[in-house]
Design a protein around this ligand. Structure first.
Ligand SMILES: NC(=O)c1ccc[n+]([C@@H]2O[C@H](COP(=O)([O-])OP(=O)(O)OC[C@H]3O[C@@H](n4cnc5c(N)ncnc54)[C@H](O)[C@@H]3O)[C@@H](O)[C@H]2O)c1
Length: 341
């Protein structure tokens, strides 16, 4: 497909949609033609005067033949239906993770068939794959720098506990957060997950029990290639947004530390200081969010595979369901590593 600029519609402009909105505006090859959100009213039309169409109903975006790609950044429970409708309308789709929290896998498979049959791209928002630091680790592992990978370790800790109403819309800790680690661990290892054993608790905010959520998770994974994974998650790291990755193998180790806003360190007789990690995901993963979306547009223009696809969404969903079950039962849970479309 030859094109200078790509016409895009952004569906869902809440917390994460605003993040993508700001990034899209900075991309020279993007015409952001539509802002779409259920909350659109006159004030939105004023706020987004710079955008040609500000609409409530996503079908308006899909019915416009000039739109080549849509970004689905709505609440998770609406992703599956919007992706299906967008694929039927022949739009290329970027969909935020998770694809769904409750759509049966057979139904997702049907949607992936529609995506395939209509010849459109579907990229999932597993942004961590595109973080420049993590991408360097990934490339190093693939290039054999550490030999055979044996253990992958990820740490993800949010700076503060989210509002319960938001958690209800986007899912509890495993669906909202651990899913990124599960996807990244699988990506780094280059092998599918076969078993998870998770412990989850409310060490920070016991009232999360009221909505069936946890705030702290410790997790062991086993992969199809026999290797292992270790993940720890917390809703509240008082020092910032703590995200690190390590892959250990037969010839060494690759690891990516936190990113801070400054490289200045102070050393005196009394103390030494290093800068805290960046405070929140929008800052920490700014480049990853830009790169993942640019990579999506590049896949459309050059007709190349996307960096994270519908099968990756299913694999992540299977692993999260197993994490939930393992937390509830206190037992290790098998995960089916096989999938054919
Ligand atoms: N990749 C990441 O790092 C990352 C970070 C944050 C959120 N997310 C994901 O992004 C999605 C949105 O999360 P959020 O935190 O922005 O939630 P949010 O509730 O702040 O925003 C969702 C927006 O979608 C709108 N919406 C819901 N259904 C709609 C529909 N049918 N049509 C049009 N608009 C609709 C809502 O009005 C709201 O403005 C979730 O799936 C979440 O998991 C991903």
């Amino acid at each position: 497909m030859a094109m200078d600029k790509i016409n895009v519609g952004l569906i869902g402009v809440g917390r994460q949609g605003t993040n993508h909105y700001n990034n899209l505006l900075s991309m020279p090859n993007v015409n952001l033609e539509y802002i779409c959100d259920l909350k659109v009213d006159e004030s939105w039309k004023k706020k987004f005067q710079n955008i040609p169409h500000v609409v409530k109903d996503y079908h308006e975006v899909l019915n416009d033949p000039s739109i080549q790609a849509v970004m689905v950044v709505t609440s998770t429970d609406s992703h599956a239906q919007i992706v299906l409708d967008a694929a039927k309308a022949h739009k290329n789709i970027f969909c935020e993770k998770p694809f769904s929290m409750n759509t049966p896998e057979d139904k997702i498979r049907d949607i992936l068939h529609v995506v395939k049959d209509n010849g459109v791209k579907l990229q999932m928002g597993f942004n961590r794959r595109m973080d420049p630091q993590f991408q360097e680790v990934y490339q190093g592992v693939r290039a054999g720098q550490i030999g055979d990978p044996q253990i992958v370790k990820t740490t993800s800790r949010d700076p503060f506990v989210l509002d319960k109403e938001l958690i209800k819309r986007i899912g509890g800790l495993p669906w909202d957060f651990t899913i990124h680690d599960l996807d990244l661990a699988r990506y780094m290892m280059g092998s599918n997950i076969t078993e998870v054993y998770a412990k989850g608790g409310t060490l920070i905010d016991p009232t999360l029990k009221e909505i069936g959520d946890v705030d702290t998770i410790a997790l062991v994974l086993e992969f199809e290639n026999g290797a292992f994974g270790l993940i720890d998650n917390s809703r509240q790291a008082v020092y910032g947004y703590d995200n690190r990755v390590e892959v250990f193998g037969s010839k060494g180790m690759l690891k990516a530390e936190n990113v801070s806003g400054s490289t200045v360190e102070l050393y005196t007789k009394e103390n030494e200081t290093q800068k805290n990690p960046l405070p929140i995901f929008t800052q920490r993963y700014h480049q990853a969010y830009v790169d993942e979306v640019n990579s999506f547009f590049k896949s459309i223009i050059e007709n190349k595979p996307v960096v994270a696809d519908g099968v990756d969404a299913i694999m992540a969903q299977r692993a999260v369901i197993a994490v939930d079950e393992s937390i509830k039962t206190g037992k290790p849970i098998k995960v089916d590593p096989h999938f054919t479309l």
